[in-house]
Design a binder for this molecule. Structure first.
Ligand SMILES: NC(=O)c1ccc[n+]([C@@H]2O[C@H](COP(=O)([O-])OP(=O)(O)OC[C@H]3O[C@@H](n4cnc5c(N)ncnc54)[C@H](O)[C@@H]3O)[C@@H](O)[C@H]2O)c1
Ligand SMILES: [Zn+2]
Length: 384
């Protein structure tokens, strides 16, 4: 088993990474000295596969778990679901010492974390992430929350879990498209922080796509280490944590303009990272060779690097970028790459440079024409 420590004073916790971890979850939770009662929150897709094993593991370790199941997908991250879950937590008589287990992808993690942050003014929670995106990104760092009609993630908190248990075995059942979308965040860590990780993925991406256990363990652990280091320096995103948003200002805008659900988040930020890498070439001198490697790697793992925009959508893309949280006083701040493995944040980029970079990435693309639609509510702005 691999373990990564997230160092945040009295809010510190471990991320544990191994196949089969769900079967040991009860024992892992027992070390945390939590009360006996707990609620497992999951969605129908994940629940039918893994809820029983999680339930049994907790029960065997002496806990009294109850199960709360929500619908899969982004619409579950709503105040309506929060209300229904609060009612169920009350029925199950969760107390101050009780805890919540978030079993699922980023949607379940964000929702269950928000419930934990607010129910009884805060009870403990444990993340059991089951998507690649959740294992390398959303389960670590303590951002929890739900969406409003006015935008994504507009209600939430910074609230750290007590443990993150990444069971690599759960990734076996993850749909291929979701797995590739998670790889966009993995590649991001290479670009922003770790040239060696980037090179490793360039060499070993076929193994990664086959989800080879050793390769997965190494990559998930390295990504968690990087996120833990960045969050350890800046828990609430006042400064350096901003580097995690590399490619996200444009990616979020693409998600909003193309209609939520058309692109998965990872797909949109793959395109966003390519655009911002081009911007990096003109503004901070990212070498041409690095730009090419970035584009090639996204393509090799089957992620889109261009998007088809209809006439009139370009201004909407700019408008959506200005709604992004990173915008301060109307100025869009970008994280730019000096080279693979090193970025700088807080760059103000002239609109003409953004336009020029978009010219390369927003012409016709087969991918956008064929990408299946996911059912999600239309939301005008994003905050992540
Ligand atoms: N808190 C953060 O720091 C942070 C960071 C990034 C993203 N997010 C949030 O994460 C959410 C997206 O998360 P996601 O990409 O994990 O999506 P998701 O939670 O919707 O999961 C994707 C799909 O895969 C299914 N699934 C999950 N695990 C599975 C498994 N092991 N086998 C089979 N099916 C499985 C789910 O039921 C769902 O249908 C967004 O709401 C986003 O805002 C949060
Ligand atoms: Zn992201």
């Amino acid at each position: 088993m691999r373990a990564v420590h997230v160092s945040l004073g009295n809010r510190s916790y471990d991320i544990k990474i191994a196949p089969g971890l769900i079967d040991r979850l009860g024992r892992e939770c027992a070390r945390l000295k939590l009360g006996p009662r707990c609620a497992i929150i999951t969605d129908t897709n994940v629940g039918k596969r893994y809820a029983k094993a999680v339930f049994n593991s907790l029960a065997t370790a002496g806990f009294s778990p109850s199960l709360i199941i929500v619908q899969p997908g982004e619409p579950a991250k709503s105040l309506k679901t929060v209300q229904s879950c609060y009612d169920q937590l009350a029925v199950h008589r969760l107390e101050r010492k009780s805890f919540i287990v978030a079993l699922g992808g980023g949607v379940v993690g964000d929702l269950a974390g928000f419930l934990a942050a607010t129910y009884l003014r805060g009870i403990a929670f444990v993340q059991v992430p089951t998507t690649l995106l959740a294992q390398v990104d959303s389960s670590v760092g303590g951002k929890v929350g739900v969406n409003l009609n006015a935008g994504k993630n507009l209600v939430g908190a910074f609230y750290q879990p007590r443990l993150v248990a990444c069971d690599l075995g759960t990734l076996k059942t993850l749909p291929d498209r979701e797995f590739r979308a998670g790889l966009a965040e993995v590649i991001k860590y290479g670009i922003i922080y770790d040239a060696k990780l980037f090179r490793q993925i360039e060499g070993d991406f076929p193994k990664l796509l086959k989800r080879e256990p050793k390769m997965l363990a190494a990559v998930v652990a390295r990504c968690c280490e990087i996120k833990a280091e960045v969050v350890g320096k800046d828990e609430t995103e006042g400064g350096p944590r901003a580097i995690l948003n590399f490619g996200h200002t444009i990616g979020h805008a693409i998600e909003a303009v193309s209609g939520y659900g058309r692109f998965l988040h990872g797909e949109a930020i793959a395109i966003g990272q390519v655009v911002v890498a081009r911007i990096s070439s003109s503004v901070v001198g990212l070498p041409e060779r690095d730009l090419e490697r970035i584009i090639r790697l996204f393509r090799r793992v089957g992620l889109p690097t261009t998007v088809r925009l209809r006439a009139g959508q370009r201004p909407k893309l700019f408008a959506a970028m200005r709604l992004d949280k990173k915008v301060k006083g109307g100025e869009i701040n970008f994280v730019l790459a000096k080279k693979i493995g090193r970025v700088e944040y807080g760059h103000k980029v002239p609109a003409a440079v953004i336009e020029e970079a978009l010219n390369h990435s927003t012409f016709a693309s087969n991918y956008s024409a064929t990408a299946p639609k996911r059912s999600e509510g239309g939301q005008p702005s994003t905050l992540n």
